[in-house]
Design a protein around this ligand. Structure first.
Ligand SMILES: [Zn+2]
Length: 500
């Protein structure tokens, strides 16, 4: 079995063959750090994470580069509005991006280059393109790439010249008349006073200025893969479909004109959009569309990953309340099964578990090798959990093989929720001391406050039981249930409070 991927460059699903056997260079366009990343950006990053994990699970040594765009129009505008230097302004969004991605269990890239740390590489690239005559200095002092001098332009996006011209002319603003052709794009933008004000301008032989967004990716990718493995062609370049044109088309033009290679990346892999649907969801996500809002709502990352995995990366995904609720439920079921399986693992494997493990390994590999068919991958995981639960019901026990197969599959998909149980020990008794106001419904907005609310009611219930006020105890249990919490009594007088 080998991995097959849909290559946007050829519009075909092709067997994946890296440049050098056993190792893969993977470049994924990272966030522009002027704000918190939208959940739609994270759909792209999650599909790239799945690709990365499956390449590694398949035995490849992966060198994964994800850039951070810390200089562009949006970051400069944001820094100016905040009255801060660019480097300082973007830092909080870089930190937030890493927090969000760790929450979503996105594996660390090998390197996260910041554009402003690679200005010399960008300058060198522009100089070479000027020397080769495929770039020119415009009347406005900016340097442009001459598309007419790169015959392969348009190969990735497969747009014809007419479409390219129409697409480009929509973006024409008066200052772009400095270009020879409206389709030409800026490699280097002449410094403006607003760039200087936030420290976003650098000296270069062809004039003081700053890099264009497309240039950043080409320069960093080439510099890093050359340093790592001495190569000038990426194995896989990934991103969202919205980046195909013009971003990736322009990356190819600059990079290939610079290296003289036929390809910049052997495989171009693009993920589809995420839509937010439904009135309730739109209301909820009207202003909050970031991963951190889901985290603050107490959504386990396993549920979000499951939601994303249930739709193939090349299909549009609708994020709705219903879809999220059902993903949370499914992910929690997997978490419960995982707890149950790990608690009953034995040295010797029962045949039922050995068979289920073999099936899971086979089905997972077939699914993911088939252009990352994650929906089939998660179906195999659920089938294993279902067979495992049935076997556990019969008193059969899993051994090392079943646990390893589960860990490998879950290690690639990462869709299982940590099933958390809040335990109130037998000695906890607030009694008369807990007189603070306790509302009938849980507080909004903070997961920690919601947990504290549930635990305090659970303690009051315990007190009511101790006072033999069973009606009150039942009333509290019902109230907790309505708010999504279940309370269970332990034999030793402890209580477990868990999310339903
Ligand atoms: Zn890029």
């Amino acid at each position: 079995m080998t991995l097959r991927l849909y290559n946007t460059l050829t519009r075909q699903v092709e067997p994946f063959v890296p440049l050098v056997a056993g190792r893969v260079t993977l470049y994924t366009c990272g966030p522009t750090v002027y704000n918190y990343a939208h959940i739609g950006n994270f759909r792209t990053f999650l599909f790239e994470d799945l690709l990365r994990r499956w390449l590694e699970a398949s035995g490849y040594d992966v060198f994964h580069v994800m850039n951070l765009t810390d200089v562009d129009d949006k970051t400069i505008k944001g820094a100016a509005e905040a009255g801060q230097p660019l480097r300082l302004y973007v830092q909080r969004y870089i930190d937030a991006f890493h927090e969000d991605r760790r929450y979503l269990r996105i594996r660390d890239a090998s390197v996260y280059p910041r554009a402003t740390d690679y200005i010399p590489a960008m300058i060198a690239l522009v100089e070479r393109l000027l020397d080769k005559g495929v770039a020119y200095r415009g009347e406005d002092g900016s340097v442009y790439f001459a598309i007419a001098r790169f015959p392969d332009y348009g190969r990735l996006s497969q747009l014809d010249r007419r479409e390219l011209r129409a697409g480009a002319s929509e973006r024409v603003s008066t200052d772009e008349y400095a270009k020879e052709d409206v389709r030409d794009f800026a490699l280097w933008k002449a410094a403006r006073p607003e760039d200087e004000a936030v420290g976003a301008a650098w000296d270069a032989p062809f004039g003081r200025g700053r890099p264009g967004w497309h240039l950043e990716c080409s320069a960093m990718a080439l510099e890093l893969i050359r340093a790592r493995w001495g190569v000038e062609v990426l194995d896989i370049h990934a991103g969202g479909v919205d980046l195909i044109f013009p971003h990736h088309e322009d990356e190819i033009a600059q990079s290939c004109a610079y290296t003289g290679q036929e390809l910049f990346a052997r495989y171009w892999v693009h993920g589809e959009f995420l839509n937010i649907r439904g009135e309730k969801m739109s209301k909820r996500f009207g202003n909050i569309t970031t991963a951190r809002d889901l985290r603050e709502d107490g959504v386990d990352a396993g549920a979000i990953r499951l939601l994303m995995c249930q739709v193939h990366y090349r299909q549009r995904l609708d994020l709705t309340d219903e879809a999220l609720a059902s993903a949370r439920e499914g992910s929690r079921r997997l978490g419960e099964f995982q707890n149950r399986m790990l608690a009953s693992r034995a040295e010797t494997e029962s045949p039922a578990f050995a068979e289920a493990a073999a099936r899971l390994e086979l089905e997972l590999a077939e699914a993911l090798d088939d252009d990352l068919n994650a929906p089939r991958g998660v179906a195999a995981l659920f089938a294993f959990a279902s067979a495992g639960n049935a076997a556990l019901d019969q008193g059969l026990r899993p051994g090392p093989r079943a646990v390893a197969a589960w860990e490998r599959a879950e290690g690639v998909l990462g869709v299982t929720s940590a099933v958390e149980v809040l335990t109130v020990g037998p000695a906890v008794e607030f009694g008369g001391q807990d007189q603070a106001e306790l509302t009938d419904t849980p507080p909004n907005g903070s997961e920690v406050a919601a947990r504290a609310w549930a635990v305090r009611w659970a303690v009051r219930r315990k007190d009511a039981k101790a006072a033999r006020d069973f009606a009150e105890a039942d009333r509290i249990r019902a109230r907790l249930k309505e708010a999504g919490w279940e309370v269970r009594d332990g034999r030793d007088g402890s209580m477990e409070v868990r999310r339903l």
